[in-house]
Design a protein around this ligand. Structure first.
Ligand SMILES: [Zn+2]
Length: 110
């Protein structure tokens, strides 16, 4: 049986700054943590949670070279992506830093 309890959002009071101190005290006393729906919604609306959407938007807006207007554009990524079980890079997990034109070798950053 799981120790995770789910509460209905309307019955939950709004999160305050003093609750973080309460969470530290509860963690020290080994009491269960109560997760707030309001905090979760704030996390979903934060820019960091939309990283994949931002990446897709950048890929879409950089489909042609600004120098020669050809469509042969390759994304330039850092080597910080996640590896799957077979040791290959998970597509879309590496940091997108720029683009390179396959025709004229022009490079630009995002
Ligand atoms: Zn080009």
């Amino acid at each position: 049986m799981s120790d995770l309890k789910i509460y209905w959002p309307e019955s939950e009071p709004a999160a305050t700054a003093t609750e973080s101190n309460d969470a530290d005290i509860r963690a020290a006393s080994n009491e269960p943590d109560i997760y707030s729906f309001a905090e979760w919604i704030d996390k979903l609306r934060s820019p960091e949670s939309n990283r994949s959407a931002l990446r897709a938007q950048r890929l879409n807006s950089n489909q042609t070279c600004p120098d020669c207007t050809r469509a042969g554009v390759l994304p330039l990524v850092l080597n910080d992506g996640r590896m799957d079980g077979s040791g290959r890079l998970v597509p879309g997990s590496a940091t997108l830093v720029g683009f390179r034109c396959d025709s004229c070798s022009h490079e630009w950053s995002v």
